[in-house]
Design a protein around this ligand. Structure first.
Ligand code: 5GP
Length: 241
């Protein structure tokens, strides 16, 4: 596999071409941003943790029948993935009230929902990723009704798999964000990453936040929290050293 030129640099990752048309290399950075890039910082070692955690969770999902873009971990920070055309929607699943949900509806954090919720944001930095409903997403040709049905089905399935996995680690999966892409044949697969950057993960006993909210909210102990959540995952799942 030959690494080609850089195609894109995002807030947390870079993407490179390879000598194979259908494959890309993603490289995870330690850069952290929040509030649509207004807050910037570095979380030392985050890129390595997010790469290895996301890959371990994608392997778990693949085993359970959820197709993903994951192909192979290449190094501490780099992973080979299938090239996709990203569906420009952020899919957010919530099990417990927190973050923008708690703020929008004026409720406290920590309310356990009887069943999980799903919502979508239009991936558009200039607009600040506004909430969008199914009909508006169809009107804007962001996704087809058939694709959105598949995305919803996969998202709830991913929630069940991850919720039960994290429970076995003594961690509560509060909410998370997913992104999906289309392969060249049109098939929908899970893309982007699943990491403490994209999930709220609370210690089941103490409620301690073990995710990016420590950075967003200046809670301190950010690096320690990333290491702690990775150690919890490693106690249950195979991770490359
Ligand atoms: P909220 O809408 O409450 O801010 O976020 C809900 C969940 O989705 C949280 O787990 C959060 O980490 C994730 N999330 C939402 N939007 C983004 C985003 O733009 N970037 C990242 N990394 N995570 C997001």
């Amino acid at each position: 596999m030959i690494k080609g030129s850089q195609l894109y640099e995002g807030k947390a990752k870079k993407v490179f071409a390879t000598d194979e048309e259908e494959l890309l290399i993603v490289s995870y950075k330690d850069d952290a941003t929040a509030f649509n890039g207004l807050k910037k910082g570095t979380i030392v070692g985050k890129g390595i943790i997010n790469n290895k955690m996301s890959n371990a969770l994608m392997r778990l999902l693949e085993k359970s029948g959820v197709p993903t873009h994951y192909v192979k971990e290449l190094s501490d920070r780099e992973t080979l993935v299938k090239k996709v055309r990203i569906v420009p929607l952020e899919v957010i699943i919530r099990n417990i009230s927190a973050g923008s949900f708690a703020k929008r509806y004026g409720v406290e954090e920590g309310i356990v929902f009887a069943s999980p919720t799903i919502e979508f944001s239009y991936k558009n930095d200039d607009l600040g990723d506004p909430l969008i409903n199914d009909y508006h997403a169809f009107a804007l040709n962001l996704v087809t009704p058939k694709e959105l049905d598949i995305i919803k089905e996969y998202s709830f399935k991913i929630n069940e798999i991850l919720k039960s996995f994290w429970k076995s680690c003594g961690v509560t999966l509060v909410d998370f964000k997913l992104e999906f892409g289309r392969l060249s044949n049109g098939d929908i697969v899970l893309a982007d990453e699943i990491s403490p950057d994209t999930c709220r993960l609370w210690d089941s006993e103490t409620g301690k936040k073990l995710d990016k909210d420590r950075f967003r909210r200046d809670l301190g102990g950010v690096e320690d929290a990333y290491q702690e959540i990775m150690a919890r995952l490693e106690s249950k799942l195979e991770v490359s050293k």
